[in-house]
Design a protein around this ligand. Structure first.
Ligand SMILES: Nc1ncnc2c1ncn2[C@@H]1O[C@H](COP(=O)(O)OP(=O)(O)OP(=O)(O)O)[C@@H](O)[C@H]1O
Length: 215
């Protein structure tokens, strides 16, 4: 597959024993959902894909993104964005400064500001640049975290239980926003969740680890 995310015979080992195995392609704009019991290695798999695997694990196989083998690339060169269940906004920075962290280095100050303003407008948060993240609602924080990640211009999106702290109504709304933005940018999405509704809403393939249906 030229475009998209390709996990080729990926196995992550803990203490020399295979923890998790996956062989799957995720096409641009498609979502692959991974479910499975706690401790099966879902977050560890995502850490392998982002290049942040802890030294307590080893791995074999390859990760390809848009036709490039990124298995051994440095984490910051991978162009893989990730969202966690906590929004992880920097509390000492304003919303705009948080978004600036997503931007790739360089460019004129005015251009950078324009991109931040456009990102806020895209998710209905016009005029929020100077706000303290502590003053935002859960859904607003989730939207800022999403746009900060998208400003880094990722080529793939990983989601690690990203909606689990939101209440039901907000959850559906934020989920739709994330999938919608990913689709409009033709990003392949790999989502880890415990929630069957998240998995259904994603509308793509679902793999349940721990029951051998990993292909
Ligand atoms: N840094 C680490 N060093 C050693 N073992 C770890 C480390 N991080 C996680 N583990 C262990 O590795 C296994 C996989 O953990 P991981 O967090 O990937 O599971 P998970 O499927 O994402 O679980 P959950 O659904 O609860 O988030 C677990 O047994 C966990 O205790």
């Amino acid at each position: 597959m030229d475009k998209g995310l390709s996990l080729r015979d990926v196995t992550v080992f803990k203490d020399q024993s295979p923890l998790i195995r996956l062989h799957h392609d995720v096409a641009p704009g498609a979502v692959l959902t991974i479910m499975g019991p706690s401790g099966v290695g879902k977050s560890t798999l995502l850490a392998f894909i982002t290049g942040n695997l802890s030294s307590d694990f080893t791995a074999s196989g390859a990760v390809w993104l848009d036709g490039h083998d990124i298995t051994h690339a440095a984490a910051h060169q991978r162009r893989v964005g990730i969202l966690f269940q906590d929004d992880l906004l920097f509390p000492h920075l304003s919303v705009g400064e948080n978004l600036a962290f997503g931007l790739r280095p360089g460019g004129a100050r005015s251009d950078r500001q324009a991109r931040i303003d456009a990102a806020l407008a895209e998710v209905g948060l016009d005029g929020f640049a100077r706000r303290d993240p502590a003053t935002l609602s859960g859904g607003q924080k989730a939207r800022v975290a999403l746009m900060r990640m998208l400003l880094s211009e990722p080529c793939a999106l990983l989601l690690d239980e990203p909606f689990s702290r939101l209440d039901a109504a907000l959850r559906a709304q934020v989920r739709e926003m994330v999938f919608d933005r990913a689709r409009s940018r033709a990003l392949p999405v790999l989502m880890v969740t415990h929630d069957a509704e998240d998995a259904q809403a994603a509308g793509g393939a679902i793999i349940t680890l721990g029951d051998e249906t990993d292909r």
